[in-house]
Every structure is written in C-alpha cells, then in structure tokens.
Design a protein around this ligand. Structure first.
Ligand SMILES: [Zn+2]
Length: 62
C-alpha cells in the first residue's frame, strides 16, 4: 500500500484524509522531508510546518 500525502499541509500518512488537518490526501507526491523539531528547522518554517512528522515536498491532487 502506497503512502499518501496531504494536498494542504503535505503531511505523509497511509490515510485517505490527513490526520493533521482532515484534508483529502493524494498518492501523487514527490520528495520526503522528516521534521523532528519544527521550531528549530528553517525548512519547516519555510513550508509552514508546525508539527513533527514526515512531509512531502510536492503534492499533486489525483
Ligand atoms: Zn493535512
């Protein structure tokens, strides 16, 4: 089963809807970043990530 990424916040999970924001997820995504401490990560701040977890860099709706 392929992992899916949220089309809104890019959070990666196996769910059809994002566990963080409830938005529909997509199986069409590329790039993966792991955020351990969003407050200390410049990349997380650029991507507006506020919760630790795994995120896709690009997500396309499918
Ligand atoms: Zn989300």
């Amino acid at each position: 089963m392929a992992e899916r990424a949220c089309t809104r916040c890019n959070y990666v999970s196996f769910e059809k809807t994002c566990p963080l924001c409830g938005t529909e997820t997509s199986s069409d995504w590329t790039g993966l970043i792991v955020v351990v401490d969003p407050d200390e990560s410049q990349l997380a701040q650029e991507l507006n990530i506020n919760s630790p977890g795994r995120y896709a860099l690009k997500v396309r709706k499918n």
